[in-house]
Design a protein around this ligand. Structure first.
Ligand code: NDP
Length: 523
């Protein structure tokens, strides 16, 4: 309930000027057991455009534990049919899903920009990531490799196969509202699981589009169930549901910890993708203009609301002044506005809570002893910005590694520049945070690139490229407080959504005791 109140307050606080409530606003239901159904409560929450709070995108089902129960029951009923559908057949349906996503890419892109705020190019990238993930992972339907190995006894065969985990709960954040649900959904399905999916309350529409496409592709009823609503209600009901064998969560480290504790309590499998405080190291031999381009893209793409955002730039003292000057020039040139406008470089942040949090960090940064606010730092509220959540691209220079703005995830268009004297020191600073998602180095010295590659303790590392830009066929995830040891994407994601079964076939016709009966002539 606390969350419901928080979210209602969030929606209300989204209003920066009186809002016109149109009676024509569409209502969107849950998808349970192959049917679009309202929540048991009959209540809804509003999905609002963060660039224009007068624009209500839709009213989505406000779900409770009753809806989650219904969705879990549907997933249970569908499970045997789906797991016994040969994986190549499951994959055929997923390839059809890929076609539908591709065919609808422009519409899904525009819907996403409207509900999430990121510029059209980036929203298109998000949809494309879902398409790539679908095609790539569907291919696993004809692989899902297990292995055979010699048995230690004669006339005995040993092999290992993947089996589905069972019923899975998927909980996703708002910043990649189609890509992240697809990273979980598609591998879960190809492995033969059935799912209950809850998207973030700020961006249910893109996930709705994805699930509607699943229906159109012919995924059988009950295999994919969508429940929209608030984290502390619908989300917690999923996390705590004893029939859900696995919870796959992406979101903040704080919520992830709650999810992990609930899963530990009931022995559920739990895979977590959480926060980041990513870093670009720029050495004195780097191509500075290239590094600036990477830093600007990494820091201000998606208004800094990426788990892989470049929120720390550790720059060698020899080029520090020149780097800061160019960075500030570039940041000032970025055109902030509605992401639907092709001229916009950077859209709004997601909601009023985000504005409060980010402005709070900008305030903290200004009070931290020694840090300089080099550009930005203000919320934009006039004219075209009056009804949205716009913040200037913000750069802090002369930042010390232990300052809060250099340690904590801000999740907004704010980056920090930290001077360094050497590669060793840079790596120490870079590793000196609680997160471990993405890191990068700009250098023309191959030895330094390999040293950093070896010494950075992150799940992702780039050389002469920014901290963002993961591709779906490589594993994705992080160390330390970013994750709990799992990886999404690549073939590694199959290890989340399937479990190994070792199988022994004894065709000797007699009792053979492993480790006890020795082969004649041996032992
Ligand atoms: P949150 O942790 O606030 O929410 C994530 C999801 O969890 C939402 O669907 C949310 O619902 C739900 N939720 C909230 N409370 C609970 C609860 N008690 N039980 C179960 N579910 C709950 O994260 P954000 O949506 O704000 O996303 C931003 C965070 O996600 C950042 O920290 C970012 O770094 C991280 N992230 C990590 C990625 C990675 O791969 N490592 C990728 C992308 C983002 P509701 O929306 O209703 O609150």
């Amino acid at each position: 309930m606390a969350q419901a109140k928080k979210a209602l307050a969030k929606n209300n606080s989204r209003q920066t000027s009186p809002r016109i409530v149109r009676s024509s606003v569409k209502t969107y239901d849950n998808y349970i057991g192959g049917k679009w159904v309202p929540s048991e409560s009959g209540e809804h929450f509003e999905n609002i455009n963060p660039a224009d709070t007068n624009d209500i995108i839709g009213r989505f089902a406000l779900s409770t534990s009753k809806d989650v129960n219904a969705a879990v029951n549907a997933a249970r009923e569908a499970f045997d049919g789906w797991r016994n559908t040969p994986a190549p057949r499951r994959a055929e349906i997923l390839f059809r899903l890929g076609e539908i996503l591709l065919g609808n890419k422009p519409r899904f892109t525009a819907d996403m920009t409207r509900e999430m705020g990121k510029v059209l190019k980036e929203a298109g990238g998000d949809v494309q990531e879902a398409i790539d993930c679908t095609y790539y992972t569907a291919g696993e339907g004809r692989r899902l490799h297990g292995f055979t190995t010699p048995a230690e006894m004669p006339d005995k065969f040993a092999m290992c196969v993947r089996q589905p985990v069972g019923l899975c709960g998927l909980i996703t954040p708002w910043n990649f509202p189609m890509a992240i649900p697809s990273w979980k959904l598609i591998p879960a399905l190809v492995c033969g699981n059935t799912v209950v999916l809850k998207p973030a309350e700020d961006t249910p529409f893109s996930t709705y589009n994805l699930v509607e496409a699943c229906e159109q592709a012919g995924i059988p009823p009950g295999v994919v169930n969508l429940v929209t609503g608030y984290g502390e209600n619908a989300g917690a009901a999923i996390t705590n549901h004893t029939a859900l064998r696995l919870i796959s969560f992406t979101g903040s480290t704080e919520t992830g910890r709650t999810v992990a504790s609930a899963c530990a309590e009931r022995n559920a499998i739990c895979s977590l993708e959480m926060g980041g405080k990513n870093v670009i190291i720029v050495m004195e031999d780097a191509d500075i203009d290239l590094a600036i381009e990477g830093a600007v893209w990494g820091a201000f793409g998606t208004s800094g609301q990426r788990c892989t955002a470049s929120s720390r730039l550790v720059v060698h003292k020899k080029i520090y002044k020149q780097f800061c000057k160019k960075l500030v020039e570039h940041a000032k040139r970025l055109r902030v506005g509605n992401g639907a406008d092709a001229k916009t470089d950077m859209g709004p942040v997601i909601n009023a809570d985000a504005v409060k949090k980010i402005m709070g960090y900008i305030d903290i940064g200004q009070k931290e002893d020694g840090a300089t606010l080099a550009c930005g730092g203000k919320r934009l509220t006039r004219g075209e910005y009056a009804r949205g959540f716009f913040i200037e691209p913000t750069v802090f220079t002369d930042v010390a590694p232990d300052m809060r703005i250099a340690q904590e995830e801000i999740f907004g268009p704010v980056t920090t520049v930290i001077p360094t004297r050497s590669l060793d020191e840079a790596v120490e600073i870079a590793n000196g945070v609680r997160y471990g998602l993405s890191a990068a180095i700009y250098t023309t010295d191959v030895n330094r690139a390999f040293r950093a590659m070896n010494d950075m303790y992150t799940g992702i590392f780039y050389v002469n490229a920014s901290t963002i830009g993961a591709e779906v066929h490589l594993p994705f995830g992080g160390t330390k407080a970013t994750g709990n040891g799992h990886r999404e994407a690549g073939t590694q994601v199959l290890d989340i959504f399937s479990e190994w079964k070792s199988i022994y076939v004894d065709y000797s016709g007699k009792l053979q005791r492993a480790q006890i009966d020795m082969v004649e002539g041996m032992g």
